[in-house]
Design a binder for this molecule. Structure first.
Ligand code: GLV
Length: 305
């Protein structure tokens, strides 16, 4: 009998094609618990909550949960482990794209691109002036990378080599891949106090939930920016809105939010933020590669190779 693979709706066609070629009984849908019953493989997104109930509903034949994302925070990994279900993600193929998005958010903030664009569209531009929308230059400034994995490291490399920033990093685990950009590891406290730009690249774990809250924001320089392309709950968003509103820090570039798709009250009213809707990995190249890798992970596990 053909093995069933459940694929959440809207998975890129490249993944579907690979799975079809293997001859699985492929079901595409929205409701994992209902339509996924009896599946040996599940291909899902970071928006799919795969908890104990979901795994139990699919059934004991489930062998693999393949997440088309680099994070695994939407999956109860420890329950999966107990059930002998393999859980996979798609790291590596989105590194470049997310690092580029991080830099895009940073430049949008420091050069006030969104405010400038909005001024133009509102036809409020009255001509050149020496102090119109003044921003900051990055050269010589210090970048504090929090979470020195693939994406953090590539972001550091781009900003060091391309923009002349100095790099410092913090990571719970050590030693990190610091030889890539010759950066030194600091305590989080020291990094927050010294960095001109803090960029977050940690996975969402119990230990990184609200890693940046009131106390940490208070440690940052008034002139510093914070960028988050990791997971929303790594920052206490309510406290961030307060810090930005009171100008305790200079600005924030956010691609992820604590309670997506919602935003903390007041966030969208602030001028010193640039907001994007969780599109960090949304380049055509990365998304196709993520989909293909997610499909290959299923094939590998179901074929036992
Ligand atoms: C995107 O946020 C991802 O984890 O792939």
């Amino acid at each position: 009998m053909k093995q069933k693979v459940f694929v959440v709706r809207d998975v890129p066609k490249e993944a579907v094609m690979l799975l079809k070629k293997e001859g699985y009984a492929l079901v595409q849908g929205k409701n994992i618990k209902e339509e996924g019953k009896g599946a040996s493989g599940l291909l899902c997104f970071l928006t799919s909550k795969v908890d104990k109930e979901t795994m139990d509903a699919i059934g004991p034949q489930l062998k693999i949960i393949s997440n088309m994302a680099s994070g695994l925070d939407n999956i109860d990994v420890s329950y999966a482990k107990k059930q002998n279900i393999t859980v996979t993600n798609t790291p590596g193929v989105l590194t470049e794209t997310v690092a580029e998005h991080t830099v895009a958010l940073l430049l949008s903030l420091t050069r006030r691109i969104v405010e400038g664009d909005s001024l133009m569209r509102k036809k409020e531009y009255k001509g050149w002036s020496p102090d119109l929308l003044m921003g900051d230059e990055l050269k010589g400034k210090t970048l504090g990378i929090v979470g020195h994995g693939r994406i953090g490291c590539r972001t550091a490399e781009i900003l060091q080599k391309g923009f002349g920033m100095k790099i410092m990093y913090y990571d719970i685990d050590g030693p990190a891949i610091h030889e890539v950009c010759g950066a030194r590891k600091y305590s989080l406290r020291e990094l927050l106090g010294r960095a001109d730009v803090v960029s977050l690249h940690v996975p969402l774990l119990a230990t990184t939930h609200h890693l940046i809250s009131k106390k940490e924001l208070n440690l940052m320089k008034k002139s510093a920016y914070i960028i988050n392309t990791s997971r929303g709950p790594v920052i206490d968003e309510e406290m961030l809105v307060e810090a930005l509103g009171k100008k305790k820090i200079a600005g924030a570039g956010l691609d992820v939010f604590e309670k997506e798709p919602k935003m903390a009250k007041g966030l969208s009213l602030l001028d010193n933020v640039v907001l994007t809707p969780h599109i960090g990995s949304a380049s055509r190249k990365a998304r196709v590669a993520m989909a293909q890798l997610a499909a290959k992970n299923i094939i590998r596990v179901l074929k036992n190779i």
